[in-house]
Design a protein around this ligand. Structure first.
Ligand SMILES: [Zn+2]
Length: 389
């Protein structure tokens, strides 16, 4: 039994009440088993909190596999993904989202932080009884198109609010510094504050993004100017730039954060922002290594995310932890309670404690070291189970 916020112990049991909350945890002999509670036994297995995937694009699950995404240049790759998305129907996005949520459960993931533009993952989580935060994406690099993007965001939020539950939360995501104009960032930040929506942003991911923001140069700047959009150097890092626009605030989830200085990390700490670290995506796109130790030393809440199947092939959080240089209990903490903190959800999930949601995973560790997930539970409901081999 690995409660994560308390020492691990052997021969443990957990009792989940009718509301899906943990009502007791401890040695098997001491945890009550009142009738008519259903009892499941897993000898030789490990019981942990469900894993938290701090960055997904599950509406792109259908684009995984094959070589559709084999494009070494980041800007061209982004364009390729946009074309593939434009060729996808609403129902195909929904099926992709359902498949993505189920794939996560089979891998022990009980909470996701999704950024997407179609609402498909919010529908899937709502319909399937999953857990997650869905940040509705906003795009618009041309300042003149900002008002149209805001109308689209507001109408999406009106619709998606109807799918909110205690397990499924809504947020907003002005996508990235190369797809969102300064006035659009400010408008989204103001709207999010007014609507009480948490924010997620892709930021400080590539060197090309830094060149665009800092100096108004490079492939992103060239591509935007070719569309008639005027670009000015901001003489600031992407982090400082978004801080100035009011986008970074307490709880803003900053995705990637590879191209950051010690001063950027300090800014994030001061404002109370959090980080989603996606090590395999960063290395697939050759963005470089993010300075994990700087963030940890500063005490910035940091969770691990996979990013999309289009970037990393499969959504294996244990492989992400390994790529981040984490192992053992340290990896387990990063994938559970630290991920929950990065999402501001640590009072509800991320550890096995009385009063928290019954989100947990039972797994057996194979000789290869990779776990086999036997059982996944979200709020006391079994969402994935395989019988003993
Ligand atoms: Zn992403």
């Amino acid at each position: 039994m690995h409660p994560v916020t308390a020492p691990s112990f052997a021969d443990g049991a957990v009792l989940i009440d009718a509301a899906g909350r943990i009502s007791a945890i401890g040695p098997n002999a001491e945890v009550p088993a009142p009738r008519p509670v259903r009892t499941l036994h897993f000898p030789d297995a490990e019981l942990t909190p469900g894993l938290v995937n701090c960055h997904t694009h599950l509406e792109l699950t259908h684009l995984g596999g094959g070589r559709k995404h084999d494009e070494p240049e980041f800007l061209k790759w982004i364009r390729r993904i946009r074309e593939l998305k434009e060729a996808t129907t609403a129902e195909a996005f929904y099926s992709a989202a359902v498949a993505g949520v189920r794939d996560g459960w089979a891998r022990g993931v009980t909470c996701i932080a999704e950024t997407g533009s179609t609402g498909a993952v919010m529908r899937a989580l709502h319909d399937l009884g999953g857990r997650g935060i869905v940040y509705q994406e906003v795009f618009g690099p041309d300042p003149a198109a900002g008002p149209v993007s805001m109308v689209q965001l507001k109408s999406a939020v009106r619709w998606l609010r109807t799918l909110e539950t205690t397990q499924v939360r809504l947020g907003a995501s002005p996508h990235a510094p190369y797809t969102v104009s300064p006035p659009l960032y400010e408008a989204v930040a103001a709207f999010a504050r007014q609507e009480n929506l948490p924010i997620a942003v892709h930021v400080a991911e590539s060197r090309e993004e830094t060149a665009l923001i800092q100096n108004g140069e490079g492939p992103f700047a060239d591509a935007l100017r070719a569309r008639g959009i005027s670009i000015e150097p901001r003489h600031a890092s992407p982090i400082a730039y978004l801080m100035g626009l009011g986008v970074l605030r307490r709880g803003t989830l900053c995705i990637h954060c590879v191209q950051v200085s010690a001063a950027d990390v300090e800014l994030l700490r001061e404002v109370g922002a959090t980080v989603a670290h996606c090590p395999r995506s960063n290395s697939a796109h050759r963005h470089g290594r993010m300075p994990l130790e700087l963030f940890r030393k500063a005490g910035v809440p940091l969770g691990i995310g996979t990013d999309s199947v289009v970037s990393v092939g499969d959504l294996d959080l244990w492989a992400e932890a390994e790529a981040a240089g984490l192992a053992g209990e340290d990896a387990l903490r990063a994938l559970t309670i630290e991920g929950a903190r990065a999402l501001g959800w640590e009072s509800e999930i991320g550890s096995l404690e009385v009063g928290k949601a019954g989100d947990l995973v039972v797994q057996t560790v194979r000789p290869s070291g990779r776990p086999t997930v036997r059982l996944t539970v979200v709020s006391g409901r079994i969402v994935h189970q395989i019988s003993a081999p």
